[in-house]
Every structure is written in C-alpha cells, then in structure tokens.
Design a protein around this ligand. Structure first.
Ligand code: ATP
Ligand code: MG
Length: 401
C-alpha cells in the first residue's frame, strides 16, 4: 500500500473504533490499482458529519450539505464523505438533494464509472461490486449502470469520460460512447466553470490528441464554449498538439487553430470564464506568436515579450511548423540583454528631469524610451553617469536644449 494510504489508515481505524464503517474510495483506489502515484485519498464512511465531528477534534465544513467534511489528522487533511445516494435529478446536473445512507454499495452505485466505483479497506482489501477492476484491466471507461440514465442525471460525466480517456489512455466502452454521442446536447445544462475544469484536464492528458478528436467526433464539442461548428478547426488543433505544450501554450494554439483574432479572442476566452490574468497572458503569447510568424526574434522583441512569453510563443510556432523545440537560442539572446525589464534601468524620470532641468511632459516618456533602447542595444552601459553623458551628447548632436 502506498504512503498516502498508510498515513490515512489511523483515520479509518478511529472511525471504525467509534462503530462506523470507513473506506478509501474513488480516484485514489483506481490509481492505486493502476500503479499510478496517488496525490490525495478520499474517504467514505457510514458516519454522519455530526458523528465524524465527535470522533475528530479538528475538522472543517467544506461541503457539509453533501456530507463532506475535512478532517485534520497527523499533519494531513482528508476529505471524508458520508455514504450517500443521489436521488431526483431534474435538470441534468447535480442532484436536488442527497440522502445519507449506511450502505457502502449504494454509495458506490451513485459514482460515475466502474473504475471509480471501488472501495478499499484499511487492510488493502478491494470492494468492487461493479467490476471496476475488470474495466481497469481492459482499460475501459464504463458507466455504472445504464449510460443514458447516468448521463441524464449529470451531463458533466460525459466530459469526465473523455478527460479520463485522455489522462489514462483508456477507451470508452461502446455502449457508453454511443450514449455519450446521443446525449451530448445535455452539456448545455452544465456550468462553464465545471466544463473548464474537465476541458483543461483533458487537454493536459497524455492521450489528448485522441481526446480532442473524440470531442469533435462525438458531437460534444458543439456544446462547449466557442466550439460550435468548429470541428475542422478542432481537428487541426489535434494534429498540432504535441506532448511538450503546456496549458497556456495549448490555449494559444487553440486560438490560432480556431483562426480567431482581436476581439474574438477576448470573447472566446471570456466565454470559457478563464481568469482575467490568464486571458491577458494568453492574448500576449498569441500576439507574439503572430509576430513570430512574420519575424525572427531580436533583442528588442525578446525584451518586450519577456523570456517566458517568448519561449511559449516559440513553442507554439515550432509545433505549427513541426520544428524541434529548442529554447537555447532564445535564452542566449535574452542573456545578451544588459537589462531584462524597465525596472532594471538605473535612471528614473526624476533623474532625467533633474539633469535637463525641465518639467514633466510627453518628452519625458520619449527620452526614457530612447535611453531604454540605447541600453538594450549596448550603446550605453546601464550606469547613471554614463547615461547622463550619453544623453548630453545625443542632445547636443540633435540640437535639442
Ligand atoms: P482525479 O484523480 O482527477 O481527482 P477522481 O476520480 O478522484 O479523479 P474526483 O472529481 O476527485 O475524480 O471525484 C472523486 C470520485 O467521486 C470519483 O472517483 C467518482 O467516484 C465520484 N464522482 C466525481 N464526480 C462525479 C460525478 N459527476 N458523478 C458521479 N460520481 C462522481
Ligand atoms: Mg480526486
């Protein structure tokens, strides 16, 4: 048994000593059987949240209305959720109400896929009423029970199926796939925020090329923000995606392959409800990509872009032209810059005003820009006295003052 489980065994024991059942459940059990490393373990119990609070002195209510509390124990914290069944889905997303139950099997039954519907006790025994182990051996994603019903209850599960396909390099079982294709329109009922989480996980998975194609072929992409009637573009996107690209670069590549420009880009990223900071960054990288389509990098462009954004733009450029990713040249170029950003310039507006004995005005910005340029190109060292001399000399030459 891997470490995260070992450390959590005392939690299970304490719950059992109080007279309740407790198991590891969900993704951690699946990943354990797959031999993947486990980040955090989820625990399910027959104890009610109130009963849990009596067992553990340190808890936090993170989702108590769904029966989940956070238990602090031995320097770690664990999400512990009361067994529950989810009855009455009326709008294709999340249940109206949850009922707490005392049966593990019923709790496992409400879970999305058979590989996610297993439990493990403190001795490492697997409880597997829906043949999840077999599905894992066959590398198959199969819904627990009838897929039409399960996707009808919560349409997000369809997107989860594709993201697990991408993360685990599994296949979606035939009947589950057909249901997914028939029900993709139900994604209309799902909040963009939840779609975003799955979409980003899907884009980052090792089998992302297939996953993106699957989104298009199944019809699901028709119900994702900004991707309606974009199957051709999505196919090009999938053909350009490489394993080197990180999340930001994938978004930028997607923008490029969708052929979006200007305002369209902004509204596409907003439609996905990405955070403003990321939107800004993706737009900048995208514009440096467009620059790169026409030009080579030079001192000025790499200075303005900054090394990170330049490398990202270059990676996307490389992907589009099937070039080997080699940031060395960019790093060398960036290293040659005497200053890496405006803050490193030793002179300020106040210095320049004092030297020239002039009031602030538009001239100041222009002069500072000239100084910055001269420093970047090595025409003058980034030293106050040297810059002052250079400024005097160039003003005399141009007859200013
Ligand atoms: P990951 O490794 O990405 O966290 P996970 O399987 O743990 O994958 P979570 O979203 O953390 O996925 O959910 C934990 C468990 O809760 C799942 O394994 C599954 O049993 C159940 N679950 C999560 N979302 C749903 C859903 N929409 N419908 C049914 N069961 C779900
Ligand atoms: Mg999880």
């Amino acid at each position: 048994i891997q470490n995260p489980f070992k450390e959590a065994i005392p939690v299970l024991e304490l719950i059992e000593e109080a007279g309740f059942e407790a198991y590891f459940v969900g993704g951690s059990v699946r990943d354990h059987l797959l031999g993947r490393s486990i980040a955090d373990v989820d625990i399910a119990t027959s104890a009610l949240p109130e009963e849990m609070k009596r067992i553990f002195p340190k808890t936090a209510d993170v989702g108590i209305e769904h029966g989940t509390i956070l238990v602090h124990h031995g320097g770690n914290h664990y999400e512990v959720t009361t067994f529950r069944s989810e009855a009455d889905y009326t709008d294709f997303r999340r249940p109206d109400s949850v009922s707490f139950i005392r049966s593990l099997k019923e709790d496992l039954q409400r879970r999305d896929f058979t590989m996610n519907a297993m439990a493990m006790d403190k001795d490492g025994q697997i409880i597997d009423p829906f043949a999840g182990k077999e599905a894992i051996d066959r590398k198959m994603i199969v819904t627990v029970g009838n897929p039409d019903e399960r996707f009808g209850e919560d349409a997000l599960r369809m997107l989860r199926a594709v993201r697990f396909q991408s993360q685990l390099s599994f296949s979606i079982e035939q009947q589950t796939y057909e249901s997914l294709a028939a029900n993709s329109h139900l994604l209309n009922n799902i909040a963009v925020e939840r779609k975003l989480v799955e979409f980003e996980k899907l884009m980052m998975g090792p089998a992302r090329v297939e996953a993106i194609q699957l989104l298009a072929n199944s019809g699901m992409s028709q119900f994702l923000p900004g991707l309606k009637r974009k199957n051709g573009h999505l196919m090009s996107f999938s053909s350009h995606v490489t394993s080197e690209l990180e999340l930001a670069e994938l978004w930028v590549l997607l923008l490029f392959d969708l052929g979006l420009s200007g305002k369209e880009i902004d509204s596409f990223l907003r439609e996905w409800k990405l955070p403003v900071q990321k939107i800004k960054r993706y737009i900048q990288i995208h514009s440096w990509l467009l620059y790169r389509m026409e030009n080579d990098w030079d001192l000025k462009s790499i200075y303005k872009a900054g090394l990170d954004k330049a490398i990202s733009a270059e990676k996307v450029f490389g992907t589009l032209h099937a070039l080997v990713n080699n940031p060395e040249g960019l790093i060398k170029l960036f290293d040659m810059l005497p200053i890496k950003n405006r803050q490193q310039l030793v002179v300020s507006g106040n210095d320049v005003m004092a030297w020239m004995d002039k009031q602030p005005g538009p001239w100041l910005r222009v002069t500072l820009d000239e100084i910055e340029q001269a420093v970047i190109y090595g025409k003058v060292p980034n030293e106050k006295e040297k810059i002052k001399e250079w400024l005097n000399a160039s003003n005399q030459k141009s007859g200013k003052n």
